[in-house]
Design a protein around this ligand. Structure first.
Ligand SMILES: [Mn+2]
Length: 294
């Protein structure tokens, strides 16, 4: 339902008006939620989606087009990012804008929700679990290859405010919390990101945007809302500065792809979260108050 809400909020039209050549590939076929006894929640439908998304994203990248993925459960990020890792190799870095860090393994997760595990899967962490769950996790990791794993040292987190104890020691890259944003602001924290990308020699950046990074007052349409998130202006400034940075000739790092996830219209108010998502994507791709960058 998330992609439908975002289409309904006018994504294609807004991007087309910015002069972008948009091709909507439509929804990927997906099967109804189901969980095998003793296994990961909704494992088979998610595995199928991740595989299809990996293939589709590879095709898009091979055609020299730019992938924009709309979700859905945050595990879909694993499909897109694994394709980008195969395409771009180890020059790729990931920016994870989210209230959560999503680096739980099946064994460390309190909820068993796959949406809290995409970075653990992408970086090939062991399941820390037994039996059916361990077998399914190995199948998922297999489906994300062949190709390099994501190094958590090449991952930056932004706007995080709800991090499980087991996840803390896994944040090997750059962790910018809501506290850092309160204390130093968006401009300074984006400069740290830029310096960090330079220090690790990143040439491509994949941006994964979970709508729960925004404050739930603005973006109520999501499953795991955490109060104290990005304000409307902070979220837009962040998108605008990212656009500036990724188009700056003096900066070698370019945008590899985007996923925007976890919109759930069933708990939204008047589709306001999907409308915010469309506005945010437009800012990231160059829309400014007085026009468009290109
Ligand atoms: Mn997430």
């Amino acid at each position: 339902l998330g992609p439908a809400a975002i289409r309904y909020a006018g994504l294609e039209d807004v991007l087309a008006k910015m002069g972008l050549d948009v091709r909507d590939r439509g929804d990927l076929p997906h099967t109804a939620p189901n969980t095998m006894e003793g296994g990961l929640k909704n494992f088979l439908p998610m595995l199928d989606t991740v595989k299809r998304l990996r293939e589709t994203t590879s095709e898009t990248l091979n055609e020299n087009r730019f992938p924009l993925i709309i979700g859905g459960d945050h595990m879909v990020a694993a499909g897109g990012i694994s394709a980008a890792l195969t395409h771009y190799g180890e020059g790729l870095a990931v920016l994870w804008i989210d209230a959560h860090t999503d680096v739980n393994t099946p064994g460390s997760s309190d909820t068993g929700n796959l949406h809290g595990m995409p970075l653990a899967a992408l970086s090939g962490l062991p399941s820390e679990a037994q039996g059916q769950v361990d077998t399914e996790w190995a199948t998922l990791l297999d489906a994300l290859g062949p190709g390099p794993c994501l190094s958590l040292e090449r991952t930056a987190w932004y706007a995080i405010r709800d991090v499980d104890v087991a996840e803390r020691s896994r944040l090997a890259g750059l962790a910018l919390t809501m506290h850092d944003i309160d204390r130093h602001g968006v401009v300074a924290t984006m400069s740290s990101l830029r310096e960090w990308l330079k220090a690790i020699g990143a040439t491509r950046l994949w941006i994964s945007f979970d709508v729960d990074s925004m404050d739930p007052i603005l973006a109520p349409g999501t499953g795991t809302a955490v109060r104290g998130g990005l304000s409307y202006r902070e979220a837009h400034l962040c998108a605008e500065l990212l656009c500036e940075m990724l188009e700056d000739e003096n900066n070698p790092c370019r945008l590899a792809g985007i996923d925007v996830v976890e919109t759930n219209p069933l708990v939204d108010h008047n589709n306001s979260t999907a409308v915010m998502v469309v506005e945010w994507i437009a800012s990231l791709l160059g829309k400014t108050i007085l026009g468009t960058r290109r």
